[in-house]
Design a protein around this ligand. Structure first.
Ligand code: ZN
Length: 304
């Protein structure tokens, strides 16, 4: 049996899987941050203990929003977790889970884990190269290349969400820079960075999608602009890595019908002279389970 965690900025999911990938039991809770990093680690241990049958566990996989130090299995100054009146400098997830369960623990960035899962059993099966964009609160990225997830260098995952696509834009990213892909396009940011231009007061993503589907002019223009900025980002990705597919997951994928066509059109124009580099834009097959299943696959294939 494998125990898998999917840790986001607000929710944590935990599940047990059989070794051949069958989901056995699952639980989810709001992430506990009030008692600081130690309280958070205690929550992870207790959640795991509540669904693991004694003596049958062989490994643990964790997919978490970053940044993650892959070498130590720790969160390092997490972007979306804070609280308890203490700094969240190093949060040693692997050490805590290994001490509690006494099995190997593999901790990975959530987008990287989702990429791994899509390569094993999703839309990435049979692909030599694909890019995954997890667009939710933030914008996580993963790249499947040469039969593995591309790493920045040993111990680090890529951070393409902080590629700057609009340096003169006034909307600031959580990382401190202006005009990052994440600052322009994430579900949390795009209603502010792009949306306020069309709707003076800020509307949320689902409302904007609903308006666009009813033919509302400003909402359609907004998604066209969203598609343009996404294409600017994907143009860089395509020129560097030439993915056959770009796989979309995360909450913003609910608006795929609104942004896919404007993105495709803008990207075709930008790629222009190299039409062979145009990737297929597709929704994730695993959807909201991609990260959790990624945690399972990473634990099962610990060597990569
Ligand atoms: Zn940034």
């Amino acid at each position: 049996m494998i125990l898998a965690y999917d840790i986001g900025g607000t929710k944590v999911r935990v599940a047990t899987f059989s070794l051949d990938g069958l989901l056995l039991q699952e639980k989810r809770e709001i992430v506990s941050t009030n008692a600081g990093p130690q309280g958070f680690l205690n929550q992870l241990v207790q959640l795991g203990k509540s669904i693991v049958a004694e003596g049958r566990l062989s490994a643990i996989g964790v997919a978490t929003a970053g940044p993650v130090d892959l070498a130590t299995g720790s969160l390092v100054r997490p972007t979306n977790l804070s609280g308890g009146g203490v700094p969240w400098e190093q949060v040693p997830i692997r050490v805590a889970l290994q001490a509690a369960f006494e099995v190997p623990v593999l901790v990975d960035n959530d987008a990287a884990a989702a990429t791994f899962a899509e390569a094993q059993e999703g839309v990435g099966v049979g692909c030599e190269r694909f890019a995954l964009l997890a667009i939710g609160t933030g914008l996580g990225t993963g790249f499947w290349h040469d039969q593995k997830v591309l790493r920045a260098h040993p111990g680090e995952h890529t951070e393409a969400g902080h590629v700057i696509i609009a340096p003169h834009h006034e909307h600031r990213c959580g990382c401190g820079n202006y005009g990052c892909a994440e600052a322009m396009l994430s579900g949390f940011n795009f209603p502010k960075s792009i949306g306020t231009k069309y709707f003076g007061n800020e509307l949320d993503g689902p409302t904007i999608s609903k308006l666009a589907r009813s033919g509302d002019g400003p909402a359609l223009q907004l998604w066209a602009e969203y598609g343009f900025w996404l294409a600017v980002f994907l143009n860089t990705v395509c020129l560097l890595l030439a993915p056959e597919k770009v796989v979309f997951t995360g909450s913003v994928v609910e608006a795929f019908d609104c942004f896919a066509e404007p993105t495709r059109n803008a990207l075709e124009r930008l790629i222009g002279r190299r039409p062979g580099m145009m990737p297929e834009l597709v929704r994730s097959k695993l959807g909201n389970d991609a990260m959790l299943r990624g945690a399972f696959w990473r634990a099962k294939n610990r060597q990569q």
